[in-house]
Design a binder for this molecule. Structure first.
Ligand code: PSV
Ligand code: MN
Length: 377
């Protein structure tokens, strides 16, 4: 079970990132999508469970996607989800697919359809849609008309999807729109996806909820409806912090993985993706640590004695049921994961093995000159 796990890393995690106050440049950072893939391949090399890399368009635009895919394969990885970006162009100040102007809406839709072309060219089966669309002030635009425009665009993208392709609609409570976001929650995303059909599913970004939201409930509900397409994993203390998954609240990650397993979502049909930025920590080790955090939460969730849990639940044994759950969470699974890695022919300690590999020193020496990749490049 653990060996078959598949965690997708994001190309943007390898570039420079920061907050609206400062982007700190780090040494050895990739200058183009090819170098990002080379770094992602290191994460797979040392963990054995990160064989795909998500692209973000236009940040990862290249002349030939066939060539980029071939390069990925050479490095031992594949292209994963294609992430659309209709939030960084001046035209999108008042929205993209929900903008009041038909011209801007046409441009945004054109970009989404281009992303499906890129899926065709790279063999990717998943398109991830996140819209920054919304309004800042009451009365600024018609809330219901914006939903109509959104659905219209989603329907056109849906119709363009080929055999074996799907889109995942991502929701986010707020930011950059502060009054009314057009896809603010799982219910809105679910309602649009349910109307469209099987190729439209919801993606849960763990950083996109109000404080205190029970994310595992959302996971359980969406799985039950066949509408959980995947995760954008990361951690938050406040809002969309994009910190390393499992860092802020490992217990929440365990509870989420427990619902995934209980609901039959542990398999290729649910994408386990990371959506993170490493602003102050080194990027490749940051990704390795994140992958390991997901593995640890998964291993613990797999250890839950489901039969004992079901018995305790049936008998109304509140403390007994909770004890079964907590026993699994409190188990140290690190030796089990180290042994699993050895069985896979890997070093039991991926962090140490990467540090010893000399890869970081090599990229620092090689990647001199050129413009480092970062948000927007
Ligand atoms: C939006 O905050 C988001 O979570 C979406 O997935 C974007 O594509 C991504 O962040 C960019 O990092
Ligand atoms: Mn996300």
């Amino acid at each position: 079970m653990l060996r078959a796990q598949h965690i997708e890393t994001p190309s943007w995690a390898y570039g420079n990132s920061g907050t609206r106050f400062k982007v700190f440049a780090q040494r050895g950072v990739p200058r183009d999508p090819y170098e990002k893939l080379a770094d992602a391949a290191q994460v797979h090399r040392f963990t054995g469970v990160a064989p795909t890399v998500a692209l973000h368009i236009p940040w990862d635009r290249v002349d030939s996607y066939g060539d980029l895919s071939a390069y990925a394969e050479d490095q031992g990885v594949r292209i994963g989800a294609i992430n659309s970006n209709v939030f960084q162009d001046d035209d999108y100040m008042l929205g993209s697919v929900t903008h009041p102007s038909p011209e801007v809406r046409r441009k945004a839709l054109g970009h989404l359809l281009e992303c499906v072309d890129i899926m065709d060219a790279t063999g990717s089966d998943t398109l991830k849609l996140w819209f920054s669309d919304g309004t800042n002030y009451p009365g600024q635009d018609d809330i219901r008309a914006r939903q109509d425009r959104l659905f219209d665009a989603l329907e056109k993208v849906y119709e363009r999807l080929g055999e074996g392709q799907r889109f995942l609609l991502e929701y986010k409570l707020f930011e950059p729109a502060f009054y009314a976001t057009d896809v603010p929650d799982w219910g809105t995303a679910y309602a649009h996806c349910a109307k469209l059909g099987d190729k439209a599913q919801v993606v849960v970004d763990t950083g996109h909820h109000a404080p205190g939201t029970n994310i595992e409930f959302i996971v359980a509900f969406l799985l039950r409806e066949g509408k959980l397409g995947g995760f954008d994993f990361n951690s938050r203390f406040y809002a969309d912090d994009d910190l390393m998954v499992g860092a802020a609240d490992p217990f929440q990650l365990f509870r989420i993985m427990s619902e995934v397993i209980a609901g039959g979502g542990y398999g290729p049909h649910v994408a386990f993706m990371l959506d993170q930025c490493h602003n102050i920590e080194p990027k490749i080790p940051g990704q390795i640590r994140s992958v390991m955090n997901v593995q640890e939460a998964t291993a613990k969730a797999l250890l839950i004695d489901r039969a004992a849990l079901a018995t305790a639940q049936r008998e109304g044994d509140v403390l007994g049921a909770n004890a079964v759950f907590m026993d699994a969470y409190n188990t140290d699974v690190r030796p089990l994961l180290a042994a699993t890695r050895e069985e896979m022919g890997l070093d039991p300690d991926p962090m140490a093995a990467y540090a010893r590999s000399g890869y970081f020193e090599k990229i620092c020496a090689d990647r001199v000159g050129g413009a480092q990749a970062g948000w927007g490049a």
